[in-house]
Design a protein around this ligand. Structure first.
Ligand code: NAP
Ligand code: GDD
Length: 329
């Protein structure tokens, strides 16, 4: 039988790199869509670069998507590309709307025109629940986004549902709660903390500057979550699924645990600065993934404590390697 082909937008990102790995392991031919940049940013995929086909495109450019679909004829498309940082969406709201919202329509419309049998996954977000109207949040919880990013993701979710209902596309929206890893971008709070802890432990920094310590998130481990994306596209019918651990922890708890893991007390190092506060905050997220458990057989495998320890250990090892490498001095 011919190999199944999967196309991943955002393959250079955290989730894209893990998804590419698991799809390769499942025997897929993987086509990674990348946007051009003046410097190479393949850190997360360098170990699998020779096993995947990299194709240039941009979410802002409709014909680049049409071209990629025509040329590579995927069976499944995973749309993970986005302007994904909430804080930046407040200073770049229009760009965020163009990529994170309208980018989804560009891909859906390209699929409709080129090959409507392609199965489509949209990377929706718990940020859509924003100022939550019920706890825990499920697929039926109304949205109340609190950032231009959240608003854009609500658009992306509904246009996915709309193309499913209007044109019969196999278009699925995965509403994923926060998921982290050693490949998380340094600007997100978990990685900022674990990298900061490692720097302090190694004597490279004396403080860690954060914003709101009381915000609560449902944090899972990214490799567990990309498996759910694949499971969603193997279902006979497209649908919406919440993916979450069902536990919520504050930024303060994350910091406390991360510092404690290297024998330090976070209160001696964490400094708060209004620069890292948001014009509107999402105070509490906690998801109920019962539907995914029942229909997909999916459950998280990594605990909050394991996640924190794994990220701190990875950052310590990374910095030690960099300190030993003269190119980083
Ligand atoms: P990420 O690490 O920030 O990766 C984002 C990817 O999007 C990168 O590959 C980036 O390319 C690409 N991209 C950005 N703008 C683009 C454009 N105009 N054209 C083409 N590509 C573009 O994000 P992530 O954490 O892996 O998240 C993956 C997806 O899931 C995102 O849509 C995010 O919003 C969503 N999501 C994430 C979480 C989470 O907790 N991680 C939770 C819910 C939903 P460059 O490498 O060139 O910048
Ligand atoms: N980034 C950041 N930096 N956040 C901080 C800081 C800081 O110094 N201090 C406190 N926080 C708080 C934020 O105010 C927010 O309440 C929380 O930490 C988490 O922030 P992020 O890690 O930036 O993630 P996010 O929850 O806003 O967004 C992430 O999760 C969404 C799913 O709910 C991103 O991955 C989104 O792309 C994703 O959709």
């Amino acid at each position: 039988m011919a190999r199944r082909r999967a196309m991943i937008t955002g393959v250079t990102g955290q989730d894209g790199s893990y998804l590419a790995e698991i799809l390769l392991a499942k025997g897929y031919e993987v086509i990674g869509l990348i946007r051009r940049s003046s410097t190479v940013n393949f850190e997360r995929i360098s170990h699998i670069q020779d096993k995947i086909t990299l194709v240039p495109f941009d979410l802002l450019d409709f014909y680049s998507i049409v071209h990629a679909l025509r040329e590579y004829q995927p069976h499944e498309v995973y749309n993970l590309a986005a302007q994904s940082f909430v804080q930046t969406s407040f200073t770049q709201p229009v760009l965020t709307g163009e990529t994170t919202a309208l980018g989804v329509t560009r891909i859906l419309d390209a699929i409709r025109v080129v090959d409507p049998t392609i199965r489509f996954y949209q990377a929706s977000s718990s940020e859509m629940f924003g100022k939550v109207v019920e706890t825990p949040q499920t697929e039926k919880t109304p949205f109340y986004p609190r950032s231009p990013y959240g608003v854009a993701k609500v658009y992306g979710h509904w246009i996915t549902v709309n193309y499913r209902e209007s044109y019969g596309l196999h278009a699925t929206s995965g509403i994923l709660f926060n998921h982290e890893s050693e490949r998380r971008g340094l600007e997100f709070v978990t990685r900022k903390i674990t990298h900061g802890v490692a720097r302090i432990k190694l004597g490279l920094d004396r403080t860690l500057v954060l914003g709101n310590l009381e915000a609560r998130r449902d944090w899972g481990y990214a490799p567990d979550y990309v498996e759910a994306m694949w499971l969603m596209l193997q279902q006979d019918e497209p649908d919406d699924y919440v993916i979450a651990t069902g536990e919520t922890h504050s930024v303060r708890e994350f910091a406390e645990l991360a510092f404690a893991h290297v024998g330090l007390d976070y209160r001696d190092y964490v400094v708060q600065d209004p620069r890292f506060m948001r014009p509107a905050e999402v105070d509490l997220l906690v998801g109920n993934a019962a539907k995914a458990r029942a229909r997909l057989g999916w459950a998280p495998r990594t605990t909050f404590q394991e996640l924190v320890r794994r990220m701190v250990d990875a950052d310590l090892a990374l910095l030690q390697r960099q300190l030993a490498d003269p190119r980083h001095r």
